[in-house]
Ligand binder design. Structure first.
Ligand code: DP6
Length: 328
């Protein structure tokens, strides 16, 4: 059996969302995006190539993977094998170290950890940018999870141009993110991959969304450069609402929000009216993530916990880059 590599990668939350593709086969995003890595949401993945295996053996969160989940991992490992010039099958074990029963799934941390562990186990020495390009083929948001802190994803107009890279900002020392989990009979939501495709194909607001993203990226980057948290937060909340507006206008509609999601948005607004740093963002689910400061994080988490329908809150620090924790 080849050397096994165990890698940890953090999930990330986009402040300027990725929502739509230019090319589904290469998984090229239609526009850029910008995210914050979260230390509280970590995936740990071990990969070893083993000559004795006739097929990839994949375990996800303690159980054997099958069907579409297995297919997606094997397809990704095929890219790694092609690149390394090997045909050996792999043993993969991956687990999310997310707050218990959080209802958060992350293809971002999952494919970032798989890219780094898979590449190393296959004997490839890839630079971070190449790892980001590779991770993107698994999941667009995974390209960002190779790096820590604030991360900018480039739309790129061809395969090698669509990678992520870190954006330095002294704001990183000030920020926290509070994750409010909305529970209680949430129906199975529409996965982001299918949902963005459906939105692009049917939403009359999709083109407006695409026209908006470059402007929002410029505003977000200016806010990071000038250490203007309020400007960054306002932009992030507005951008998330624009993405959801485009999704809601899809035909048939995609609505991720539950009553508690709206109650959380109102609570965040009230926190701001009371002078707290708090700006909301939402992804392909009902949960609300709130950008705040170290000083305000506890207050914000308490206020969000009190909202009806919220089952848990977690305060997260910014996360670091994907890294190898063990080789065996
Ligand atoms: C709403 O990265 O999961 O979280 O590339 O098809 O795997 P695929 O999509 P994915 O989409 C993430 C969508 C989002 C916004 C974001 O993270 O930027």
């Amino acid at each position: 059996m080849g050397t096994s590599f165990t890698v940890r990668a953090c999930a990330n939350i986009a402040l300027v969302k990725y929502w739509g593709k230019r090319d589904a086969a290469l998984n090229l995003p239609a526009a850029g995006s910008l995210s914050l890595a979260l230390a509280a949401l970590v995936t740990e993945t071990t990969v070893a190539f083993d000559q004795r295996l006739g097929a990839d053996l994949v375990e996800l969160d303690g159980g054997p993977a099958a069907g579409a989940a297995l297919g997606r991992v094997t397809k990704f490992l095929d890219l790694v094998r092609d690149r390394a010039g090997i045909t050996t099958r792999a043993r993969v074990s991956s687990a999310n170290r997310f707050p218990t029963a959080s209802g958060l799934a992350s293809s971002a941390s999952g494919f970032a950890a798989l890219a780094v562990a898979g590449a190393r186990a296959a004997g490839l020495e890839l630079a971070p940018r190449e790892l980001s390009l590779l991770a993107r083929r698994g999941s667009g948001s995974a390209a960002r999870s190779i790096f820590g802190g604030f991360v900018r994803m480039h739309a790129g107009d061809h395969d090698e141009a669509a990678y992520a890279e870190p954006v330095t900002s002294s704001l990183l020392d000030r920020v926290r993110m509070v994750i409010a989990i909305v529970g209680g009979g949430v129906p199975k939501t529409h996965g982001s991959r299918d949902a963005m495709e459906h939105c692009a194909a049917t939403s009359p607001l999709y083109q407006a969304w695409l026209d908006l993203v470059p402007k929002d990226l410029a505003t977000a980057e200016a806010a990071l450069a000038t250490r203007d948290l309020a400007a960054l937060g306002e932009l992030a909340e507005a951008n998330a609402l624009a993405m959801h507006a485009a999704a809601i206008a899809s035909r048939p509609s995609i609505i991720y929000w539950r009553p508690a999601t709206l109650a959380l948005l109102a609570a965040v607004r009230m926190l701001r009216d009371n002078g707290r740093a708090a700006w909301a963002t939402m992804d392909a689910g009902p949960h609300v993530k709130v950008l705040t400061t170290i000083e305000d994080a506890d207050h914000v988490a308490r206020a969000l916990s009190a909202v009806e329908g919220v089952t848990a809150t977690t305060i997260s620090e910014p996360g670091g880059p994907a890294y190898v924790v063990e080789r065996g």
